[in-house]
Design a protein around this ligand. Structure first.
Ligand code: NAP
Length: 269
């Protein structure tokens, strides 16, 4: 990427993304200028990551491109702080790439009328560059800017272009999904312990079993139902386990969990 990248909010997600961009060689440390609220944290992050981190919005807003990475609930305050800057900053005309859950392109574009806006929904696996990011572009985004945003997020893993109307659904599945998988793996390991395995071994088994199952699904391009059928022999152990899940409405609980995440995403916007 050419030019400077302003990062508004340098928390968990922004740090993972910037680190991956630096490691991937598409950004140099001197191109990044980030801001947080807390002076002491800014100093520590600056020292740790070798990028400029301060508490001033101005250098972030005047950078060529901006990543918005505060919490959605913090956006209003950020905009009020920006409106009170005297003299007003000379903002650039490059992209605003927002990762704020639930905040629509319409709201972003109204807040940054001079800049073309992109709404991005990355997930936490971006930290190890095995992420998944949904991207939706405002109408003013040029083909070159679309390519730039796609290339930046592709460094973090797979990119899916998504209609904005489907962004909440994408977020619920792709970005909240890792929490559901983690809860499921924790519970599976607990089951292993209940069945008599030592804790550490149960955790390892749950992890390797999930890794292997997803590798098989991917390599053989199997539908999940085909994998289930392949494992469940007549009158066997696996179908007994599946029957127990069905009695407890496991599938309905997962479907409702995704719908709850989607509802919450809409509330946050
Ligand atoms: N976590 C996920 O898996 C995930 C997935 C997809 C999208 N997202 C989205 O990513 C965004 C960030 O999430 P996160 O978990 O990284 O949050 P976080 O760790 O709380 O980071 C928020 C950052 O914003 C900064 N900030 C807040 N108000 C500010 C202000 N007025 N001026 C300057 N900086 C300000 C905070 O500064 P301080 O550190 O000083 O408080 C902090 O660095 C959210 O909008 C979320 O919806 C998260």
């Amino acid at each position: 990427m050419n030019g400077r990248l302003g990062v508004l909010g340098y928390g968990q997600m922004a740090q993972s993304m910037v680190r991956a961009w630096l490691d991937g060689g598409c950004l140099q440390p001197e191109q990044v200028v980030a801001c947080v609220r807390d002076h002491a944290r800014a100093g520590a992050l600056c020292q740790r990551d070798g990028v400029a981190v301060g508490v001033d919005l101005r250098p972030v807003l005047t950078a060529d491109h901006v990543v918005l990475a505060c919490k959605p609930q913090q956006l209003q305050t950020v905009l009020e702080i920006r409106a009170a800057l005297d003299p007003p900053p000379r903002e650039g005309q490059g992209l605003v790439m927002s990762i704020l859950a639930g905040v629509s392109l319409g709201r972003l574009q109204a807040a940054f009328p001079r800049r073309p806006c992109v709404r991005a929904v990355p997930n936490i696996a971006c930290r190890v560059r095995a992420g998944l990011t949904g991207l939706a572009m405002a109408t003013g985004v040029s083909p070159e800017q679309r390519e730039l945003a796609t290339a930046l997020f592709a460094v973090l893993g797979q990119v899916e272009h998504v209609n904005e109307a489907q962004m909440d659904a994408f977020l619920a599945l792709a970005a909240s999904g890792p929490a559901l998988v983690a809860v499921m793996m924790e519970a599976l390991a607990d089951g292993g312990v209940a069945a008599g395995l030592p804790r550490v071994q149960a955790n390892t088994i749950a992890q390797v079993m999930v890794d292997g199952s997803t590798a098989l699904l991917r390599k053989e391009q199997l539908a999940p139902s085909a994998l289930k059928e392949a494992v469940c022999s007549p009158g066997g152990t696996s179908i007994a386990a599946v029957a127990e899940l069905e009695r407890r409405s496991f599938r309905a609980a997962l479907m409702d969990a995704i719908l709850a995440a989607q509802r919450r995403c809409r509330e946050l916007g």
